[in-house]
Design a protein around this ligand. Sequence first.
Ligand SMILES: [Zn+2]
Length: 421
Amino acid sequence: MPKPSPWSVALVASLSLSLAGAGLAAGAGAASAEPASATSTTSAAVSPTAFVAPNGHTYDLATGATDDPQAAALVARARTFLPADWQARRQASVARLGVEASAPREALERAIDPTQYQCSPTRLDAYVDGLLANIDYSNLFFLATTGALDLPTYDAILFGSSGDTRYALQRDYRNELTRSFRAAQTFWDTDGSGIQLMAMHGDVMRDEARMTRTLAFLYGAPESAVAGLASMIRQVVASDPGLQDGDNPLFTLNAFAFSAEGETDPVVAAIPDKLVFGDGILSALEAIGVGDVGPRAVLGHEYAHHVQYDKGLFDSPLTGPEATRRTELMADAFGTYFVTHKRGLALNTARVLQAEQSFYQVGDCSFTSAGHHGTPNQRLRASTWGSAVAADAQKQGQVLPSLTLDARFEATLPEFVAPDA
Ligand SMILES: [Zn+2]
């Protein structure tokens, strides 16, 4: 029985743009752009998941339905390369891997489909709006609907390795992230020696062979069947200047920890543990003014997820959004504990909390979603607590065992999530 990773749930719930939709049952994906299937005739005009884009056309990322003829033609052609139950297949494949969506990634989803969120615009939203400004919406809809926006992510999980130069960290961040990663491996009382630190780059979008093998996994289809879709994606990416031939940060707007810990699925179990930094998230951190300590704070958070995997800390009596909130607040607390502790990264606590605060403010307001990370205030409380425990522990020159830190965290969790009023 595969370990019930809350990340799978988080991803399925949060990647509304690229998935069939959390509530979409297998076979219900038929839309007006799909003449081959007649199980449903969902109309973009009446679907509750449809929205009107700035260009005046209606789009439904859950079903692929749209009244934009150019987008409808692209999606219809894409479907000729895919099995009939393509959306359910992708949803299942994504759940097999389980990746959490970063705040920038969620801002991207918000920008593409504003009906999914109720947040007020933030600096990060402005950054993401800038990324999308010059992209033809028909192309964006096609990429989101077919999962193309996720190809660098899944390529890195399935095929990336830290020894492969195609996944090398950008020069500007390589030393800082590598040193911080090594420090985390030493700091925590877990065996992180097998975790591979790597980047993901947008150049995947220029490589049909790499896209084909990843699409084959995502859709559970032979490479020969999905090669045509890879070719279509390649053409769209090359033809739209706004996509910058794959180098637009929107393709790599995520950082995540991957672990096959507890997985029995042989394909997934064979994948080594990873910590992946997209080029796009580094650009986003820079853009919102936290390029100094932001990448290391994100690394601390993601490495904390590996500590959770190693120590079995994902399990709790909680379920749904509360379960995800608990593990995310723990990652915030543990990550801040590590980056501010003198025997960790010894970063300036005030600056780290300031950076985290601006990062958390961009966080999700979808409080009922299974991918809920906690409100900005809850996350800041957890981080502040982590830094205080570090300040206290380091006086004794201690690094607390992770299970001791967890016991303290669990005891304090009710205070983190207490109502703000
Ligand atoms: Zn997380």
